[in-house]
Design a protein around this ligand. Structure first.
Ligand code: C2E
Ligand code: MG
Ligand code: MG
Ligand code: MG
Length: 288
C-alpha cells in the first residue's frame, strides 16, 4: 500500500509515472508527423440495403499504420488527436480524401464521414465542408456526416443552427451509435437527422432477446415516422441480418456485409474489372 509507505511513496512510483508520461509524449509526437509521413489511410466499409443486399454507400474509417507498433485503432488515436488539437486538420484530410474518392466512383453511392465533436465545435466547420465539396466536385447529397450524441450536449440553439447550416449545403446528417447517449429520444425530434445508426451494443444482443428486439423495433418505428433512414452497425451474423430485416431496418453495416478496405480494393467502383481483388480471398473474420 503506497500510503503506508508514507512520504516516500511519490519517489517509489516516480520512474513508472515518468515512463508513462514519456510514452504518452512519444505517441503524441508520432501522431503529429503521421500525416506527412503518409502513415494515414482512409478505409471504406460498405453499407447495404437490407431488402436487396445491394451496396448503397460506404463509411470512411481512418487507419494509422505506426512505423513500429503497426496498425493503431482510431478508438485509441482519435481521442489523442482531439486532445492535442490535431483532429481538425486530420478530420478535414479524411473528409477531402473520402469526397475525392467518392467523386471518382462509377456509381453515385453515398459516403459517410465521421465528425469529431471538436471539429463540430470548430469555427471553420461550415466553410471547410463547403470548400471540400467545391474542390472535389462531389454532389453534396451523397455526403453524410456522422455525429454522436455528445455533440448535442452543449448549446442546443447553436447546435441546431450548425446542423441547419450543414443541411443547407445539401449534405445529410447521421446520428452515430444511436441509443447510447443520455437523451436519444428527445434528440430525435429536436434535431434534423436524416439517418439513425443503431449502436452495435444493441445488435450484438439482438438474437434471442425479446427486450432488445422491442427496443430496436421501436427505434426503427420512430425513425420511420420521422422520415429518417435507419441503419444497424456491427452486423456480424446471418441471424442478426434476418432479425433486422424482420424489424424493418433499412440498411446494414458490419463484418458480415464487408470489411473496411482501402480504396484500391473497391475495384467495382473504379470501372476497371480487370483489377484483381485481394479482398474476396480473405475470410471476413480478419477485418481490420
Ligand atoms: P464508428 O464510427 O462507430 O465506426 C464503426 C466501427 O465499428 C469501426 O471501427 C468499424 O471498423 C467497426 N465495425 C464495423 N463493422 C463491425 C462489426 O461487424 N463488428 C465489430 N465488432 N466492429 C465493426 P474503427 O474503424 O476501429 O473506428 C472506431 C471509431 O473511431 C469509429 O466508430 C469512430 O468513432 C472513430 N473514427 C474512425 N475514423 C474516424 C475519422 O475519420 N474521424 C473521426 N472523428 N472518428 C473516426
Ligand atoms: Mg461512424
Ligand atoms: Mg458507429
Ligand atoms: Mg460505434
Amino acid at each position: 500500500e503506497a500510503k503506508a509507505m508514507g512520504a516516500n511513496h511519490a519517489c517509489i512510483f516516480q520512474p513508472e509515472m515518468l515512463q508513462r508520461l514519456q510514452e504518452k509524449k512519444a505517441f503524441e509526437a508520432d501522431l503529429q508527423v503521421a500525416m506527412q509521413n503518409n502513415e494515414m489511410e482512409v478505409y471504406y466499409q460498405p453499407q447495404v440495403m437490407a431488402d436487396t443486399g445491394e451496396i448503397c454507400g460506404y463509411e470512411a474509417l481512418l487507419r494509422w499504420t505506426h512505423p513500429v507498433r503497426g496498425m493503431v485503432s482510431p478508438a485509441e488515436f482519435i481521442p489523442v488527436a482531439e486532445r492535442i488539437g490535431m483532429i481538425v486538420t486530420l478530420g478535414e484530410w479524411v473528409l477531402r480524401q473520402a469526397c475525392m474518392e467518392a467523386a471518382s466512383w462509377t456509381k453515385p453511392l453515398t459516403i459517410a464521414v465521421n465528425l469529431s465533436p471538436v471539429q463540430f465545435r470548430h469555427i471553420d466547420l461550415i466553410s471547410s465542408v463547403e470548400a471540400v465539396l467545391k474542390e472535389t466536385g462531389l454532389d453534396p447529397h451523397r455526403l453524410e456526416l456522422e455525429i454522436t450524441e455528445s455533440v448535442l450536449l452543449d448549446d442546443n440553439q447553436h447546435t441546431l443552427e450548425l446542423l441547419q447550416a450543414l443541411k443547407r449545403l445539401g449534405i445529410k446528417i447521421t446520428m452515430d451509435d444511436f441509443g447510447t447517449g443520455y437523451s436519444s429520444l428527445a434528440n430525435m425530434s429536436a434535431f434534423p437527422y436524416d439517418k439513425i445508426k443503431i449502436d452495435r451494443s444493441f445488435i450484438s444482443q439482438l438474437v434471442g432477446r425479446a427486450d432488445i428486439q422491442a427496443i430496436v423495433g421501436f427505434i426503427i418505428g420512430v425513425g420511420r415516422t420521422l422520415g429518417m433512414v435507419t441503419i444497424a452497425e456491427g452486423v456480424e451474423t446471418e441471424e442478426q441480418y434476418a432479425q433486422l430485416k424482420l424489424l424493418g431496418c433499412d440498411q446494414l453495416q458490419g463484418f458480415l456485409l464487408g470489411c473496411p478496405a482501402p480504396a484500391s480494393q473497391l475495384q467495382a467502383l473504379h470501372g476497371d474489372s480487370s483489377v484483381h481483388s485481394a479482398q474476396s480471398e480473405q475470410p471476413q473474420s480478419i477485418c481490420h
